[in-house]
Design a protein around this ligand. Structure first.
Ligand SMILES: *Cc1c(COP(=O)(O)O)cnc(C)c1O
Length: 367
């Protein structure tokens, strides 16, 4: 007799875990969608042309496997970030790169570490791999506890810069301090660096333990294409190449990524608009005396206060629900204790941001 029990047949760590919960992706376009930090403008028009040209008259190129190495995209990344040949690597979104790093650099002996709060996918990826995951809280005022991280004994450090979900940007010296002193791989997750003043990309020439991870999802308007990358010493790239799927980026994604990286003028213009809306939104929060973290990203983590000046998880949930009922979608993290009195707003177009501000004022009036 067959004795099959799915739970017993699943690895113990996977059987006991829950998957990562991404932000809601509503199926209609009626929403003011400010919940997953997407770019509020279309990608460069060059992206559209590149995709159409790759499809061609009869789409026959789609019969053929894509370049397994995404070589042209790697060269475009190296050019964009001023790095020598061999330092670029492309993957199916930066989440894919994070997963590859966990697979290549951690196991039941080699642990991973990150600061808390930061991107909650890291711990999920570690769990899948049966990797011990150490979370070290930020110090008061969101200062980095360098010594605690460096002495954690972990082999892989995830450093989100600018941080998610706070949006705080740390200077390059912080990355350098980790790269110099951490006894393992330092992975800097730069999903939001297009909205800050800095990238640690040039440092990968200097530090052989540093991986700078980026994505076209937030800063290049291509979340729907799934194009992420790693920049690192060629010896690290070689390790990532061993672990990745052989065809990890499809044809259309490869040409779209190249076209996007080639149109810096367009993106520079759009990012100026986003940053100016971000600053205006922070001024708006100041006018209401709502606390927030000064953001170097395309989102702001803020703490709503009701008409009586009260804040807390209930107030946050109430404001979130109020906005939701008006088809304005923000991100709320009810299960994350350090931030469950706050909401995260992605910076949208001027029209979207004005709708949000109007709704916030109406909520205060009604409350
Ligand atoms: C959005 C995000 C990612 C994932 O980006 P994809 O390239 O879309 O997979 C990775 N890290 C952080 C901190 C993010 O916010």
């Amino acid at each position: 007799m067959r004795k099959f029990n799915l739970k017993n047949s699943t690895t113990a760590n996977v059987a006991s875990m829950s998957g990562y919960v991404p932000g809601e992706q509503p199926s209609t376009r009626a929403w003011v969608k400010l919940n997953t930090n997407e770019f509020p403008y279309p990608p460069s028009p060059k992206v559209r042309s590149a995709i159409i040209s790759e499809i061609g008259a009869d789409a026959s190129k789609l019969r053929l496997y894509p370049d397994p190495l995404s070589s042209s995209l790697r060269r475009a990344l190296e050019k964009r970030f001023g790095l020598p040949t061999g330092f670029g690597f492309a993957a199916n979104g930066s989440d894919d790169v994070l997963n590859l790093a966990v697979r290549a650099f951690t196991d039941s002996q080699k642990s991973a570490v990150s600061l808390d709060p930061s991107y909650s996918l890291y711990s999920v990826l570690a769990k899948i791999q049966n990797t011990k995951f150490i979370e070290i809280p930020f110090k008061r005022g969101m200062e980095i506890p360098f010594d605690d991280v460096i002495s954690s004994g972990a082999n892989l450090l995830f450093f989100t810069n600018p941080n998610a979900p706070t949006g705080i940007g740390f200077p390059i010296e912080a990355v350098e301090r980790f790269a110099k002193n951490f006894n393992g791989i330092v992975l800097v997750d730069e999903a939001y660096s297009p909205f800050s003043a800095f990238t640690a990309a040039p440092l990968v020439k200097k530090y052989d333990n540093l991986i700078v991870v980026g994505t076209s999802s937030k800063g290049w308007g291509l979340a729907g294409m799934r194009i992420g990358w790693a920049l690192a010493n060629p010896k690290i790239i070689d390790i990532l190449d061993r672990v990745r799927d052989s065809y990890n980026l499809d044809r259309l994604a490869q040409v779209a990524g190249i076209a996007a990286l080639d149109d810096e003028a367009y993106y520079a213009k759009m990012r100026v608009k986003i940053i100016s809306e971000r600053e205006a939104c922070q001024t708006f929060f100041d006018s209401l005396s709502w606390p927030y973290f000064k953001s170097s990203s395309n989102f702001i983590l803020f703490t709503p206060r009701d008409a009586g000046g009260k804040s807390g998880p209930k107030v946050a949930a109430n404001f979130f629900g109020y906005l939701r009922s008006r088809k304005i979608l923000l991100r709320y993290f009810p299960r994350e204790k350090s931030i469950n009195m706050s909401l995260r707003i992605s910076i949208g177009t001027h029209v979207q941001m004005e709708k949000f501000k109007k709704a916030a004022k109406a909520w205060l009036k009604e409350g």
